[in-house]
Ligand binder design. Structure first.
Ligand code: TMP
Length: 199
């Protein structure tokens, strides 16, 4: 079982993932908790490059997309494929849907570019994806409370509106896999919404 979690900043993904991790472990499942970009030492280095605000030049949108997929290729090979082969459950904080929402809907890159990368480099897709949806302002204020903002979190509200519409578009197209959770509810209620889909 491969489960991914998506949403704009500050919608409570980390809290939900921890709760689901504990829940599945109690059921006796072997669970792997991981994230993108990142999840392996090399992919975490790529993550630092992607999130850093200390570059002397602005990052080209294509560079951003390709670095996401470089990290993903490494993550698939080192973590996701071995875990799935061993029959483990994977909880992955973001996956390819984030590339659609952020790089296509947010940055304006073409869907064809993404499709090409997905068909060539993504061997496994999640069985289920939880999209935590909340007004972007709510999430941004939570992100600001957490402290220093990374390169994505520093984007304007209009960017996050586009990202949210990107997720909405994916959800409308792929409702079988992508489950929308109302992330304005309490962490406990969001967890209950998710569990209803897992049982
Ligand atoms: P996080 O805040 O969930 O840890 O994710 C790091 C940032 O990376 C977040 O702002 C979303 C962004 N991102 C993309 O833009 N494209 C992707 O494909 C992934 C996986 C993340």
């Amino acid at each position: 079982m491969f489960i991914s979690f998506e949403g704009t900043e500050g919608v409570g993904k980390t809290t939900l993932i921890r709760k689901i991790y504990d829940y599945l472990e109690l059921q006796g499942q072997q669970v792997v908790l991981t994230r993108e970009p990142g999840g392996t030492p090399m992919a975490e280095q790529i993550r630092s490059l992607l999130l850093s605000v200390n570059h002397e030049e602005s990052m080209a949108h294509d560079t951003e997309l390709l670095l996401m997929y470089a990290a993903r290729a490494q993550h698939l090979q080192q973590v996701i494929v071995p875990a799935l082969t061993a029959g483990k459950t994977i909880l992955c904080d973001r996956f390819t849907d984030a590339s659609f929402a952020y790089q296509c809907a947010g940055r304006g890159l073409s869907k064809e570019k993404l499709q090409l990368l997905n068909s060539d480099f993504v061997s496994h897709m999640p069985n289920i994806t939880f999209w935590l949806d909340a007004p972007t302002e709510l999430g941004m204020s939570r992100a600001r409370e957490r402290g220093a903002l990374d390169r994505f979190e520093q984007e304007k509200a209009t960017f996050f509106e586009k990202v949210r519409s990107g997720y909405h578009e994916l959800w409308e197209q792929q409702g079988e896999r992508i489950k929308r959770l109302d992330a304005t509810q309490s962490p406990k209620q969001v967890f209950q919404q998710a569990i209803a889909y897992l049982n």
